[in-house]
Write a protein that binds this ligand. Structure first.
Ligand code: AHR
Length: 496
């Protein structure tokens, strides 16, 4: 089969917002406890932060991290998580039916963000709480001193404000599973009023309204329209969440799922712009895709969890090779919408549906670690409109292309990077691409992720079963790229 990637150096889609490569830390399972934080562990520092985990997070290069949930945030009392640890209460968490000890809290999280070089994206509780708690938390985090909550932070040993710039107004409020689940109108109103109060405390913040929890939510569309019609002036982004799974054991269909993500993004953009037009607004609402991943492997085993335990093994999906291909395609899809998708959070970061796993004895990289790290580290600059001509297959989304690709130009580094997935499980793709506008460029790197077995996994004992290798079947001569992308493979090709 043959495929072509076409670009023009003048056809720039958008700068990439580095926050597209964000992730997510929720108080859920072993993400926090036994994940990023484990006092007494040989790899933990004096604050209990696991440095072996931190090193892998730095490798992933995650510029923003959402916290503390997720469903958890809809019952969260931030006050329980600050102050002397021995006085912090253990509370039941209805979202995951576990007990939260609060030994790791807001200030510990902010400490951790510094060690892994990430910015916070803090969520507030609009499930069981409202405007008062929203106003108080931002007073605690962002005001210098001289008021009750800013002084309380100082008493807790944090002299300077945390100055948190990015705030999620609740989580998945459209979901009947959510504590304090709301109708679109109820949520739109509370988001507007909470956002207003928070901006009165700190006008420099950005806020994210909850969009739909997935494209298949029955309220999708109506939800975005109603919510944005209420709170448009108080928000900057609308959130999107989407998880996929190969539940039917049909890998070709599973790999087409990124087309579902593409459709979802297009539809949310249309609604944002329709509301903008109706309001005659100047401001544009952009997208925060703040939960995305593959999630299904652990669903059955999670039904066995004993209620009211503390940080049990929960949502511990063991990712295989085909999952890593879909993760690459999902990232490519977001980049192809870089003009509107400004924030993306891989859900989640450690142990819970995560690229990084820990045990008492070590840490290892799941298969999905690699496409994330490759794209996050190399996908910096601006996205070029990338036209693709490739054969297609019949999928749940109509016709899906076998090739997913995006071309990124980094002007500062004089560099072009092509990310491409060949989803074809039977045939290689013969690729041609014309880059003669980039005179003098050479092929400087080609890294490939490929495995014969779509179900291959990485484990603590065999951590590198799936890992990137050097690609060898692509050549670049006189400005033309030609070569072969083997079946079921992900590529990063760099020209300079
Ligand atoms: O990421 C796991 C869960 O998925 C989050 O807590 C929730 O927001 C979503 O349903």
């Amino acid at each position: 089969k043959k495929a072509t990637i076409m670009i023009d150096k003048n056809f720039i889609l958008s700068d990439i917002d580095e926050r597209t490569y964000g992730s997510f830390v929720e108080h859920l399972g072993r993400c926090v406890y036994e994940g990023i934080y484990q006092p007494g562990h040989p790899a933990a520092d004096e604050k209990g932060l696991r440095q072996d985990v931190a090193a892998l997070i730095r490798e992933l290069n995650v510029p923003v991290t959402r916290y503390p949930g997720g469903n958890f945030v809809s019952g969260y009392r931030w006050e329980d998580s600050v102050g002397p640890k021995e006085q912090r209460p253990s509370k039941i968490d209805l979202a995951w039916r576990v007990v939260e000890s609060n030994q790791f809290g807001l200030n510990e999280f902010m400490e951790w963000t510094k060690t892994v070089d990430t910015q916070p994206m803090m969520a507030i509780n609009l499930g069981t709480r409202g405007i008062e708690a929203a106003k108080n938390i931002i007073e605690y985090t962002n005001l210098k001193k001289g008021s009750y909550y800013s002084d309380l932070r100082r008493q807790h040993g944090v002299t300077e404000p945390h100055d948190i710039k990015l705030w999620c107004l609740g989580n998945e409020m459209d979901g009947p599973w959510q504590e304090g689940h709301k109708t679109a109108l109820e949520y739109g109103r509370i988001a507007e009023e909470a956002g207003k109060a928070m901006r009165l405390v700190d006008p420099t913040i950005e806020t994210v309204a909850c969009g739909s929890s997935s494209l298949s939510m029955p309220t999708f569309g109506f939800w975005e329209d109603t919510v944005l019609s209420q709170c448009y002036d108080q928000v900057d982004y609308i959130s999107m969440h989407q998880y996929y799974g190969n539940r039917d054991g049909d890998s070709q269909q599973f790999l087409a799922s990124s087309d579902g993500m593409d459709q979802f993004i297009r539809e949310v953009i249309s609604i944002c712009d329709a509301v903008k037009a109706k309001r005659r607004a100047k401001k544009q609402i952009n997208i925060s895709f703040d939960e995305w991943n593959v999630w299904y492997h652990s669903n059955e085993q999670d039904k066995q969890i004993e209620p009211w335990s503390e940080h049990p093994h929960q949502l511990e999906d063991v990712y295989n090779f085909e999952d890593s291909l879909l993760v690459a395609s999902m990232m490519i899809t977001m980049l192809r919408h870089a003009d509107r998708v400004k924030i993306g959070c891989l859900a989640q970061l450690v142990n819970v549906i995560a690229p990084i796993m820990t045990s008492a004895t070590g840490v290892w990289k799941q298969t999905i670690f690699y496409p994330f790290a490759m794209i996050s580290n190399q996908g910096r600059g601006h996205v070029l409109h990338t036209q693709i001509k490739a054969p297609t297959f019949a999928s749940n989304y109509g016709n899906s292309g076998y090739l997913d690709a995006v071309v990124i130009e980094n002007v500062e580094e004089d560099q072009l990077t092509i990310f491409a997935v060949n989803k074809d499980l039977e045939d290689e793709l013969e690729l041609t691409s014309d880059f003669r506008q980039y005179e003098g460029y050479r092929l400087v790197d080609h890294v490939m992720l490929r495995h014969d077995d779509l179900k291959a996994v990485n484990t603590e004992a065999n951590p590198e079963t799936v890992a990137p290798v050097k690609g060898s079947r692509v050549v670049f001569e006189q400005g033309k790229l030609t070569g072969v992308l083997p079946t079921q493979s992900f590529h990063m090709i760099k020209l300079q």
